[in-house]
Design a protein around this ligand. Structure first.
Ligand code: ZN
Ligand code: ZN
Length: 307
């Protein structure tokens, strides 16, 4: 192991790819101001709707396993702790949660992901709430040259020896943006899966890979794609166009939208999310869309301020 890399130099080197200054901008930092508001919308309005709709889905099909496959905690740019997220997920009636904190060169590092996994595993092991704990999966969202990529591993990778293997494999992305073409094969020896995050969603930096690019480059390599994202306000059917697995999720940073769009699979056929995705037998479902109008306004205001 050499000496610690100079992250300032890394940011300078990649400033043409990613506008690091935006992460330090007042508007980004002031997301904290929105926290009390989003917290109360969640507690007093959304939570009961989400849990009621999840209970309804389950009473219609008791073997359905329902979970969140994309959300963020304080281990990257989310505003809530992993403990808050896992506790709320259990209260909402979700069966599993995949927390996908960012790896971004020079900013959000593998070490933070590993710490998140350790924290999640110990919280679930020492679970002391009345309701059942959710199942968790080690995962992260990688900033690749073509856009964001979700990588999810089997829960066995929460064990400390296996965590080391992963951190050795992925820590090079602490210093450089990979292509998805190079990053996806790295997860395969570990039996993990890859999902294109929020496709066709544009930002001034690589964010959502275009469907055309995915079609031309990732078929045979990628496992799934986000057909529904309540956080980005779209509902599509990309997976059937591309012949890959379908996921629905929230990309929640506020512990607010979790559970409003979910990925479901049949628990009689599959014993975990990984095998269900590999078999392309998952389903994206919108659970609640009652605050989409409000979100649209918030996104417009945010994009205006960030542009
Ligand atoms: Zn993303
Ligand atoms: Zn995300």
């Amino acid at each position: 192991m050499g000496k610690k890399p100079d992250y300032k130099l890394i940011k300078e080197r990649y400033s043409n790819i990613f506008p690091y200054s935006k992460l330090d901008s007042p508007i980004f930092k002031n997301r904290q101001i929105a926290k009390p508001m989003t917290d109360s919308i969640g507690r007093f309005f959304l939570d009961s709707r989400i849990s009621k709709n999840i209970a309804k889905l389950k009473s219609n099909q008791p073997s359905l396993i329902i979970g969140e496959t994309h959300c963020h905690s304080t281990f990257s740019d989310g505003l809530h702790s992993v403990e808050d997220i896992l506790e709320r997920a259990s209260r909402l009636g979700l069966d599993y949660v995949v927390i996908t904190d960012h790896i971004l060169p020079g900013k959000y590092l593998t070490e933070s992901i590993i710490n998140s996994w350790k924290k999640q595993a110990s919280y679930i092991n020492e679970w002391d709430h009345a309701n059942d704990p959710v199942k968790i999966y080690p995962a992260f969202e990688l900033s690749a040259l073509e856009g964001h990529l979700i990588l999810i591993l089997d829960p066995e990778y929460f064990s400390s020896e296996k965590i080391t293997d992963i951190s050795l494999q992925f820590s090079e992305f602490d210093y450089q943006f990979p292509s998805m073409l190079d990053a996806i094969p790295l997860i395969k020896p570990f039996g993990g899966i890859s999902i294109v995050a929020h496709p066709n969603q544009n930002r001034s930096y690589p964010f959502g890979a275009s469907i055309q690019w995915v079609k031309e480059n990732l078929i045979g390599l990628i496992d799934g794609i986000e057909d529904i994202s309540s956080g980005h306000g779209y509902q599509e059917n990309y997976s059937s166009q591309l012949g890959i697995a379908s996921t629905g999720s929230s990309d929640d940073h506020f512990n607010l939208l979790m559970g409003t769009a979910i990925t479901a699979y049949n628990g009689n056929t599959h014993n975990n999310l990984i095998t269900a995705i590999k078999a392309k037998e998952t389903k994206a479902i919108t659970v609640d869309s009652s605050i989409q109008v409000l979100l649209k306004l918030m996104r417009q205001a945010h994009n205006l301020a960030m542009s």
